[in-house]
Ligand binder design. Structure first.
Ligand SMILES: NC(=O)c1ccc[n+]([C@@H]2O[C@H](COP(=O)([O-])OP(=O)(O)OC[C@H]3O[C@@H](n4cnc5c(N)ncnc54)[C@H](OP(=O)(O)O)[C@@H]3O)[C@@H](O)[C@H]2O)c1
Length: 355
């Protein structure tokens, strides 16, 4: 199947979001025409940063109202598009019949367009590494594209916190099967890791978990994450570049998935400590981490940390199809902090005698 031609027209779902916003910017920088899909075009708190992009002034970037819960809403938007970056969240990941319905109506709009050649579907590393039984990560510690969470485990249910990773796998397969059946477009999955990096609009500080946790570090309270799982990161700008790269790549094939991560990891406490090291001018008063886990999890802290320390992250496959050099995590943390202050007006808790 052809890659999307440079300068073609690309629709982006979730365009007002953290990753979607960067994908829009990157596409414009690379010469594409972009149709940014948002739920409310007139909500300038969420869409103002898109309207401030130079491409909007010329009309190369246009904004379109689309709610994934409204079948058919993408018909007029995808008509004439060459590519789609389907980055948006859905309203629920736990209701898998609903997840499937949202896929089906987006797929119907792609098929109707008769112009879309490639769709990049945003999944998650949760669909690679999220295990209901963490010992599965000891059994299969090499984390790469062919690794899926243990789907045979009967405890793998939304009730046990697996709705998100299960919903993502359902969506990946729905798009790949539909593309195969249609034969005129292909579907490539991108599985991003924990996105860290600069926000472009104040509302994004409350989205994604990661930038919100860094805001907490700046303002005096933050929490231990994911049963002592270290952050496994990708810079949001690199993630956007991976999405665009997959759209353009002539090496990828329908149904393939590519993980977007730098392979760098860091404990949440060390991320907090990084702020003062990277930006001593801030005189950040680093708070202690709050551990919200129940006692049964706390009792397993050493064991859980050991499992996470033992996994091996691979990004060979992404590097083989997309020209990308992943940024070091320090750069992502620094730029996230600076954007939280400059874009969202976050007030930093400083050391007492420096106020
Ligand atoms: N952030 C991460 O670390 C991370 C890691 C792995 C995977 N991902 C995946 O990457 C994607 C984007 O994540 P993000 O962090 O950029 O999220 P985000 O900042 O919360 O943005 C998600 C966007 O999804 C849109 N959305 C939500 N429900 C919708 C619906 N029913 N109809 C239409 N639009 C809807 C929202 O649109 P409006 O603003 O227009 O309301 C929002 O801007 C998601 O699929 C997520 O699962 C993220």
């Amino acid at each position: 199947m052809p890659a999307v031609k440079r300068g073609g027209t690309v629709a982006v779902t979730g365009a007002a979001g953290f990753i979607g916003g960067w994908a829009v910017r990157r596409l414009l920088e690379r010469g594409y025409r972009v149709r940014a899909c948002v739920r409310n075009v007139d909500d300038d708190r969420r869409t103002g940063f898109l309207k401030a992009m130079p491409g909007y002034a010329s009309g190369r970037l246009t904004l379109h109202a689309a709610d994934l819960d409204t079948p058919g809403c993408f018909d007029p938007i995808f008509a004439g598009c060459h590519g789609v970056l389907h980055i948006s969240h859905v309203s629920s990941y736990d209701d898998h019949a609903y997840v499937r319905r949202t896929c089906d109506h987006i797929i119907a709009s792609i098929n109707k367009s008769a112009t879309v050649a490639r769709v990049v579907v945003t999944s998650s590393i949760a669909a690679v590494i999220s295990e209901v039984d963490i010992s599965e990560l000891e059994r299969r510690p090499v984390c790469y594209e062919d690794r899926y969470p243990d789907e045979q485990n009967p405890k793998r249910t939304p009730e046990r916190g697996q709705g998100y990773s299960m919903g993502k796998v359902i969506a990946e397969r729905a798009f790949a099967e539909a593309a195969e059946a249609n034969g005129t477009w292909d579907s490539i999955t991108c599985c991003p890791a924990d996105n860290v990096g600069p926000i472009q609009s104040a509302h994004q500080k409350d989205m994604g978990p990661w930038q919100h946790i860094i805001e907490g570090m700046l303002t005096g309270k933050y929490f231990q994450t994911g049963a002592y799982r270290p952050w496994i990161v990708v810079d949001v700008r690199d993630d956007a570049d991976c999405h665009v790269g997959l759209l353009e790549s002539i090496k990828v094939k329908n149904g393939e998935r590519y993980i977007a991560w730098s392979t760098e990891t860091r404990k949440v406490e060390d991320i907090c400590a990084s702020i003062d090291r990277l930006l001593p001018e801030l005189r950040h008063a680093a708070p202690e981490v709050t551990d919200p886990f129940p006692d049964r999890i706390k009792a397993r802290e050493a064991e859980l940390r050991k499992v996470w320390a033992g996994i091996e992250l691979r990004n060979d496959r992404m590097l083989s199809v997309v020209p990308i050099t992943f940024r070091p995590m320090d750069e992502s943390i620094r730029d996230c902090v600076e954007s939280l202050i400059s874009v969202a007006g976050v007030t930093v808790q400083r050391r007492a005698n420096d106020a």
